[in-house]
Design a protein around this ligand. Structure first.
Ligand SMILES: [Fe+2]
Length: 135
């Protein structure tokens, strides 16, 4: 039971869709590793990846919003900040205490509940706004 990219997740902005696909791919890798009992090992690499990737992904989305005068910019940005905050807490806990099963579950929940929800609602709304002027 993994997680697959599906066209219904496309927000209609190629560069952002590509980044979302990469995030989902990494998430899928974690789920597969969990099934093989290698979740803890995989999580170490995933958190290091997310720390860098999520920052630059959110920056790209926010830059796009500023460039196009997106009215819901502040609300969207605060969702990003919330996710980064959660991620930072989780990562620093793993640095202090070492990675445990609890962190694997937390990350799974965070990615499943927050990320997919954010893409399918908040990012989708952004996609609609950006594509509204396009014939
Ligand atoms: Fe977003």
């Amino acid at each position: 039971m993994g997680i697959q990219w599906r066209d219904s997740l496309s927000i209609g902005v190629d560069g952002i869709d590509r980044q979302h696909k990469e995030l989902l791919l990494r998430f899928d890798r974690l789920l597969n590793a969990c099934q093989e009992g290698k979740g803890i090992e995989e999580l170490k690499g995933l958190l290091a990846f997310l720390e860098v990737y999520v920052h630059s992904h959110f920056n790209d989305e926010e830059e796009l919003q500023r460039k196009h005068g997106y009215p819901a910019y502040e609300a969207h940005r605060s969702e990003h900040l919330y996710f980064i905050d959660q991620l930072t807490k989780l990562t620093s806990e793993t640095h202090q205490l070492g990675v445990s099963t609890h962190h694997v579950i937390e990350t799974n929940n965070m990615l499943l509940k927050w990320l997919l929800n954010h893409i399918s609602k908040v990012d989708m709304e952004l996609g609609r706004y950006l594509n509204a002027g396009t014939p």
